[in-house]
Ligand binder design. Structure first.
Ligand code: 5RP
Length: 224
């Protein structure tokens, strides 16, 4: 199976959790985009599914497929969120934010009854940290935060857009991609980052994933 086929298989399994009438958090990234395509096909068949997108890109995709989308002012309950990941460890802890959408993704996931994570096989790791941890920061604070992130033991790199200017998130912030090496204590690091003034959100998702679906050559591995 190619990575693309693994993502497709995981996305197909994930949408089996969606029932008629549900409000569904729609993740961001290439794996999530396959899921959104499938949700679009379900809506086209007549299922009443409302989407809560986690980025402007996903909003545009969902709208183009005719999926009704709402913001957080219009929903009380999000039944299920389906989203991709950059890494997942054996405890279901995640690093997300490779696409720069982890702030809205974490908010939507936190408001959801369940989070289903979908990914290709290479995203399953024994220990988090090979993927640089995205840390979204207020622009004003960015110069001051770089040495503070270094002091935590990381090598932070300001994420750049294709034109060489700083990448700006949907919320108008910057991202430092922080190389911590292997992360021994993700809970401690998450807490430390969450309490740093100027840090808006980091990509460690701990205690969020209820179900992880990994596309593999042997089929979809389901981790609950
Ligand atoms: C975006 C994310 C994505 O879910 C993550 O980067 C995985 O993306 P892809 O499926 O394209 O590898 O967290 O902020």
């Amino acid at each position: 199976m190619t990575e693309d086929e693994q993502k497709q298989a995981a996305a197909e399994k994930a949408v089996e959790y969606i029932k008629d009438g549900m409000v569904v958090g729609l993740g961001t990234g290439s794996c999530a985009a396959k899921m959104v395509d499938l949700v679009g096909a379900m809506v086209a068949k007549g299922l009443k599914i409302t989407g809560v997108p986690t980025s402007e890109a996903t909003t545009a995709q969902a709208r183009s497929l005719g999926i009704p989308v709402v913001g957080l002012d219009e929903v009380n309950v999000i039944d299920l969120t389906i989203d991709g990941t950059d890494e997942v460890d054996p405890q279901g802890r995640l690093i997300k934010g490779g696409g720069g959408a982890h702030l809205r993704e974490k908010i939507v996931a936190s408001l959801s009854d369940r989070m289903v994570v979908i990914a290709e096989a290479k995203k399953k790791v024994a220990q988090l940290g090979a993927f640089k941890l995205p840390v979204e920061v207020i622009r004003f604070a960015a110069p001051a935060l770089q040495p503070r992130l270094e002091a935590l033991g990381s090598t932070p790199t300001l994420r750049l857009a294709k034109d060489g200017t700083p990448f700006t998130t949907d919320e108008g912030n910057y991202i430092y991609d922080c190389d911590f090496g292997k992360i021994d204590e993700p809970e401690d690091l998450a807490l430390t980052l969450s309490t740093m003034p100027g840090v808006v959100e980091h990509g460690l998702f701990i205690g969020f994933a209820d179900i992880v679906l990994i596309g593999t050559d042997a089929g979809v591995e389901v981790i609950e």
